[in-house]
Design a binder for this molecule. Sequence first.
Ligand code: GZL
Length: 313
Amino acid sequence: ATAVACALSTTAVRADELTVGFSQIGSESGWRAAETTVSKSEAQKRGVNLKIADAQQKQENQIKAIRAFVAQGVDAIFLAPVVSTGWDTVLKEAQEAEIPVILLDRDIDPSGKDLYLTAVTSDSVHEGKVAGDWLVQTLNGKPCNVVELQGTVGASVATNRKKGFEDAIAGHSNVKVVRSQTGDFTRAKGKEVMESFIKAEGGGKDICAVYAHNDDMMVGAIQAMKEAGLKPGSEILTVSIDAVPDIFKAMAAGEANATVELTPNMAGPALDALIAYKKNGTVPPKWIQTESKLYTAADNPQAVYESKKDLGY
Ligand code: GZL
């Protein structure tokens, strides 16, 4: 019995012997802050030692962090790639060191497909489509000039959310995107860009809807609209993505209309895939997809706000 037990313990890797290095983008949005909080608790639940490096939104800092994790000989690397290009060299170094890489919440270009074990992300084209479909249905043929607040330039989710929204409004000539610019996924930049849109669009009276690639930019845009004497949520429709608590607070106040939910728990599924891979050699699917549920002001926003407000956003 002792021999068998001994054999088992040498092959089976216990989760609490695993060390994971997580190259996190930063904390540009409430959603990103929640992802970091949830990653820590998910690792703790599994007894995994998680080391998080904050890149302050810079790719070169992510590359440095990955090199440091390789030098430390971590068991695996989690990467939330701030942009989708420029990863081949450093991910090849991780591969040469036989350290598996798992992508969280964003993708890298398909050319890098063999450089990571799996990607835990939503379908961000679908998120843009859900947002656009909601607006088209809500307008019901009414003419509408839309202004768009894009995510960070070069981020896979920004490219995809823009495409999905365009796919949804194609064939509906009453809906037109008249201005589109990056708001960097932040509240401050979202407010600043919305102020410029309002100025450029006759003080905002010509704007019928705002589409923001995340709720944080929308929260900033809502502030800008209110300061300009406009009525977000009624005169000007709003649709965004993430489902952070403050967008439900705005909905409850009649100042926002719709959001597409994105779970901040990408690390849980990533850790489960990693542990199965390390313990039993189970190769995970290349893509572990998370849900994208539409919430509108009709979905008891105050109750949703209460349910989310303490989750680390
Ligand atoms: C999406 C994620 C995005 C969030 C933003 O998966 O990468 O980054 O929608 C965050 O809030 O900045």
